[in-house]
Ligand binder design. Structure first.
Ligand code: 1OR
Length: 281
């Protein structure tokens, strides 16, 4: 387990902002890269400036070992472009394809590097030093991981995932609340979000040939919105808040990237919809 002290940035750790001079073109590339990355969403303008100033451009050759399992953590990396393989105890466990970030674990928990990361193409990454990472990015990340940790742990859908895979889902989730009767998903719309109910209830209805059918309601821990993301079809039903509703949502890119391991379960579960629909008149 992790001591409270190593989790919070130490009060005595002096913070001298690091400024690595950059061209406007480099700053622009950083901004494009981190705009796609949810870890930076919680930052205000000043924090963003500090992050951009402190980042160091690193060109990576093909086959370079950028992180070695067991080593001490020095930098956090954000991928601008390039592909990487991740190995734990010599087994390949993951790949990064032109997006994402890595190297946060050792910096957050003062632990040895949990995996080895090797480039499988030439690549460009932005490296953020340990002190700036802890000072600016860790608090947000940590708060979110804790907030969603027990909630995600209890979800049957995600029970086959590793704790670290759930942590990455927590990083990507955003909470939204709806008031009674508010539409969350409108039948016929294009879908780009997946939803899990944190609290409250939702009602589901579907209109076909002018006839509206009501489906069984959804409650805490239930999910919806996966169908449009799995099939690229328009939304097949309307979902509304039934009383005050709080959901955690995942965007399409994160859904594809992070829920890959449970796509088979999601697909299998969609077969239930046909049965439910057939049983409603
Ligand atoms: P780090 O500072 O420990 C290695 O340095 C990095 O690899 C680590 O931070 C993560 O950012 C990244 N388990 C642990 N670390 C992983 C994993 C991983 N994938 C990427 N990293 N997986 C669990 C394997 C049992 C793979 C999950 C898909």
């Amino acid at each position: 387990s992790v001591s409270a002290e190593s989790m919070s940035p130490s009060k005595t750790e002096p913070f001298v902002p690091i400024v690595i001079p950059k061209s406007d073109e480099q700053k622009e590339r950083i901004n494009v890269t981190i705009a796609k990355n949810i870890l930076f969403r919680g930052c205000d303008e000043d924090q963003m400036h500090n992050v951009v100033d402190a980042m160091m451009e690193k060109k990576v050759g093909l086959g370079e070992e950028i992180i070695t399992q067991g080593a001490v953590g020095d930098y956090f990396y954000v991928i601008e472009n390039g592909t990487f393989d991740v190995f734990v105890n010599g087994n390949k466990v993951h790949t990064y394809n032109n997006e994402g970030c890595f190297g946060e674990l050792a910096l957050m928990y003062n632990s040895p590097r949990a995996a080895t990361i090797t480039s499988t193409s030439e690549a460009t990454v932005w490296a953020l030093d340990r002190v700036t990472f802890r000072r600016i990015l860790m608090e947000n990340t940590n708060r979110k991981r804790r907030m969603y940790e027990s909630f995600l742990e209890e979800l049957k859908l995600l029970s086959s995932l590793e704790p670290y895979e759930r942590a990455k889902i927590a990083d990507a989730l955003e909470s939204r609340t709806y008031t009674d009767g508010e539409v969350v998903i409108q039948q016929g719309d294009v879908g780009d979000q997946f939803y899990i109910i944190e609290s409250g209830e939702a009602s589901v209805s579907k209109t076909e040939d002018g006839v509206e059918k009501t489906f069984p309601g959804l409650k805490k821990g239930d999910y919806f919105g996966e169908l449009a993301l799995l099939t690229d079809k328009p939304r097949q039903a309307t979902v509304k808040a039934n009383g005050k509703l709080k959901v955690a949502t995942l965007g399409k890119a994160a859904f594809v990237r992070l829920l890959g391991p449970v796509v088979d379960i999601l697909k299998r579960n969609t077969e239930n919809y046909a049965q439910i629909q057939a049983s409603i008149h």
